[in-house]
Write a protein that binds this ligand. Structure first.
Ligand SMILES: [Zn+2]
Length: 548
């Protein structure tokens, strides 16, 4: 076994539950690493492990070197911090971002991290930051790459996992270039740099684009760390897009500022009348009591709560991955903050990529709440496969489109059975030439042959169906008609629930194919009268195609 390895256990969307083996121990991802400042510790590293169950911590090797120098070399980083478990070190990039430069060379940063025996080490990269002009951003990418290549000339130990940071900031073409070049080097872990300012300004849609650009260009079998992503509000988005490791200094910084983290956002202690959290701090105290405490004590309690909030959100996300319900979790979080919702809407641009990389089968059914869910891999996948792989049964000449009903699979519903019984009586053998499909949200066209296949009958849809979703279904129906070679199309239009573009989309597709469309539009599509009109329409359609 190599000293460092990463093994995947479960997947959902681009998220994975994995096991990262390091010389200091094995950790399960996704994992939040609290940032330890050796000088200021509102929560001691020992209690992080024993009380909070933190699998690993991160500290800044640059600060450790300045404050402890050789002592850290003699004791080793684990003893110095008092943490028995994997320790990751960053190496001063944050200081470069803040102060412009640091008094350490890239080679010294490598050597020092080897000497203190860190488990996951980071080269001294040059962060791009937010708002850097393109020329400066390009420099940070190239200089970070130069230092990354230099690592392999300098390093002497084989048992440390080295992190290859991807830079470029919001310049996506530079992020792509940076990731492509980093991928060629034998790093065990990658990291995406400079998202802190993007997150502080709630530019989550930019963050999503940065993460996905990096992911597309990095080897999927290496874990990806998101630097400085310390707020539980953003964890689900970052994990869903494939980030495995995070670090949080925010739990302590926010605490000093009297800010209380929740998975939905940040609250001020002064605004709180009740603590909406079951952690030991919140269970044992009232907000006004905490507000009245001396500053250090108050900050200590808030830091503990903030850490609980971060860790419990991480556990919820992992449980959602295990259940195959990460999308539902993500959608629930997105409704907690408009900027997160915007980021989720922006995933529309990446729907094909998300579909390609998401696992195919999952155990659980889907909850479809509205048009946001149209990005889901299951929905995208059905649309693609229907057009690429499905062939209507031999002898099916007329396409019959029935409206969806609540009961699934559709063909076993009372409504569909009744309709087909009726048609069988009226059309007799003619029904064999009719291909029965359902138009249904969110998937589009569901042929009767597929309607028991996952997830076509393993989902719940919130009704009434929103306009955007109806538009998507209409578009999918049009595409399907356009791609297949029916000789006529008969649409049973549920006029009450399917206003909007459905009829128009069918009409345009039929015109494009030069085939007739017969529409039976009814507010009660399953009534005897509606079914009589439907059988009459099918009769006409079958006759027509016989005559042609
Ligand atoms: Zn709490």
């Amino acid at each position: 076994m190599p000293c460092v390895s990463f093994e995947l256990r479960e997947r959902d969307l681009l998220a994975r539950i994995g096991r990262l083996r390091t010389k200091g121990g094995t950790i399960e991802t996704p994992l939040l690493l609290p940032v330890i400042n050796p000088a200021v510790q509102p929560v001691s590293p020992r209690s992080m492990k024993e009380e909070f169950g933190c699998g690993a911590v991160i500290t800044n090797a640059y600060i450790v070197r300045r404050q402890f120098g050789d002592r850290a070399v003699q004791e080793g980083i684990h003893r110095l911090l008092g943490f028995q478990g994997p320790v990751m070190t960053d190496s001063g990039a944050y200081q470069i971002l803040r102060y412009g430069d640091v008094d350490i060379t890239p080679e010294e940063a490598v050597r020092y991290q080897e000497e203190i025996g860190t488990d996951i080490a980071t080269i001294l990269d040059v962060p791009t930051g937010w708002g850097a002009p393109e020329k400066r951003a390009r420099y940070t990418v190239e200089e970070t790459l130069r230092r990354a290549r230099g690592l392999f000339e300098v390093k002497t130990r084989e048992d440390i996992a080295w992190v290859g940071p991807v830079q470029g900031g919001p310049h996506l073409e530079l992020v792509a270039q940076s990731a492509r070049e980093m991928a060629k080097l034998p790093f065990q872990v990658h990291a995406l740099g400079s998202p802190t300012q993007v997150m502080e300004q709630y530019l989550f849609h930019v963050l999503a684009d940065m993460i996905l650009t990096a992911k597309r260009n990095l080897p999927p079998d290496r874990p990806l760390h998101l630097f400085g992503a310390g707020h539980p509000l953003t964890f689900s988005l970052a994990v869903a897009l494939g980030c495995d490791l995070f670090d949080s200094a925010a739990y302590a910084i926010y605490a000093r500022q009297g800010r209380y983290m929740t998975e939905h956002g940040t609250l001020r202690l002064s605004e709180l009348q009740y603590f909406p959290c079951p952690c030991p701090v919140c269970a044992a105290n009232e907000p006004r009591e905490v507000a009245a405490m001396p500053e250090a004590e108050r900050a200590g309690l808030l830091a503990r709560h903030n850490l609980h909030a971060c860790l419990s959100e991480t556990r919820r996300i992992k449980q959602a991955i295990a259940e195959g319900r990460l999308w539902e979790h993500l959608e629930a979080r997105a409704h907690g903050h408009p900027s997160l919702l915007r980021a989720l809407k922006g995933l529309e641009r990446h729907r094909d990529y998300l579909e390609e990389l998401s696992p195919v089968t999952k155990g659980s059914g889907l909850f479809f709440f509205g048009s946001l869910g149209l990005v889901r891999p299951e929905v995208v996948r059905h649309g693609k496969r229907l057009l690429e792989r499905f062939t209507p049964p031999v002898g099916a000449r007329v396409l019959l489109l029935l409206p969806q009903v609540e009961r699934k699979p559709f063909h076993r519903s009372r409504e569909h059975r009744r309709a087909l019984d009726h048609l069988r009586k009226r059309l007799g053998d003619g029904l064999r030439m009719v291909h029965v499909c359902t138009y249904a949200a969110p998937f589009g066209v569901v042929p009767v042959e597929l309607d028991e296949v996952y997830p076509l009958s393993q989902h719940e849809v919130a009704t009434p169906i929103d306009e955007e979703t109806r538009g998507y279904v209409a578009e999918q129906v049009g595409r399907y008609v356009g791609a297949m070679d029916y000789e006529a199309v008969v649409l049973l239009h549920d006029a009450e629930h399917w206003q909007g573009g459905l009829v128009e989309s069918c009409r345009m597709a039929c015109e494009g194919k030069g085939v007739p469309l017969l529409v039976v539009s009814e507010r009660s599509p399953w009534s005897g009268e509606a079914l009589s009109r439907l059988s009459a329409a099918l009769h006409v359609a079958l006759k027509r195609e016989k005559g042609s």
